[in-house]
Design a protein around this ligand. Structure first.
Ligand SMILES: NC(=O)c1ccc[n+]([C@@H]2O[C@H](COP(=O)([O-])OP(=O)(O)OC[C@H]3O[C@@H](n4cnc5c(N)ncnc54)[C@H](O)[C@@H]3O)[C@@H](O)[C@H]2O)c1
Ligand SMILES: O=C(O)C1=N[C@H](C(=O)O)CCC1
Length: 263
């Protein structure tokens, strides 16, 4: 059995991941972490009365009391890097869905895990359909260099653009490099009207109640257009990927960035 802790278990994704770990016979939930939690044990919550799982409020307290193999992280961008580093330093394989990592943070964690020969995963999106959307978009960019990315999320999201949009833009940029788009003389009459810029491609972030996680990658060329879209209507869409990540990191000897590396 793979021993797992879930950081951010009181959040939308953390709670979904906690239930997935409990229900998966290959996994054993050995603890959960959230400084906002008022409980000392998961069984204080009505849906988990039959369980006996300690709730930790500090990560230092967690590693003193339990020895997990895997650290699932769905917290907030401000703490995710510190958490991942902490997990690695304590020999715990991170499976991180929290977004907001910088390129240099990811690079540093890859170097460190290589030195320790410790598996790990940072995946901006765990939905299999989202991975395909990003891969199809990278393929399309070979023929359609003009592209704009529209990501749409629920209105509680802290970071913009989304981790998925940044990863998509990175994958497209790998194929086509920098490419100036639109009219070089265009002027924004309202600041931000053209969105964020990544290597010449624009990224637009929509935040509305009712949404979960959605992204449209729209290509245009002479007389034709191509739109690739993915929709997560429910957070269950991410759980196949999280479970796969928890199993695969046990075999890896370094951290990888993106679930596509494990498919
Ligand atoms: N990779 C994916 O597939 C995927 C999918 C959905 C969301 N996300 C990302 O996951 C993150 C969480 O999303 P959410 O919708 O669940 O957010 P949320 O706000 O519902 O939950 C975040 C939780 O983190 C907790 N938290 C804050 N500081 C903490 C700390 N120091 N230690 C432990 N827990 C702490 C909060 O109390 C809260 O319960 C975001 O960065 C989001 O972008 C990724
Ligand atoms: O709900 C969120 O927040 C999500 N964030 C990820 C991102 O930033 O790409 C992906 C899915 C949902």
């Amino acid at each position: 059995m793979i021993k797992i802790v879930v950081a951010g278990f009181k959040g939308k994704m953390g709670l979904t991941a906690t239930k997935m770990v409990i229900e998966n016979e290959k996994f054993e939930l050995v603890g959960v972490l959230d400084p906002m939690a008022t409980e000392a044990n998961l069984n204080e919550l009505p849906e988990f009365v039959q369980l006996d799982i300690p709730v930790f409020h500090q990560k230092e307290e967690l590693v003193k009391q339990v020895k997990p193999d895997v650290w699932i992280d769905f917290t907030i961008p401000k703490v995710a890097y510190q958490h991942t580093l902490f997990a690695v330093e304590n020999g715990i394989r991170p499976v991180v869905g929290t977004t907001g990592f910088t390129e240099s943070q990811v690079a540093g964690l890859i170097t460190q895990t290589k030195e320790q020969q410790l598996g790990g995963l940072i995946a901006p999106n765990f939905a299999i359909g989202a991975i395909l959307m990003m891969q199809f978009a990278a393929k399309a960019a070979e023929y359609f260099p003009d592209v704009e990315i529209m990501e749409l999320h629920h209105d509680q999201k802290l970071d913009a653009p989304s981790g998925t949009a940044i990863k998509t833009a990175e994958m497209i940029a790998e194929v086509r490099g920098y490419h100036q788009q639109g009219n070089p003389a265009e002027k924004e009459l309202i600041k931000g009207a053209r969105g964020a810029d990544f290597e010449g491609m624009k990224i637009h972030s929509v935040r509305l109640p009712g949404l979960v996680a959605h992204q449209q990658v729209q290509f245009g060329s002479a007389g034709e257009g191509l739109t690739i879209r993915h929709d997560s209507y429910d957070r269950a869409s991410f759980m196949t990927g999280v479970a796969l990540g928890c199993e695969k990191v046990m075999e890896l000897d370094q951290l990888v960035y993106g679930l596509e590396n494990l498919l």
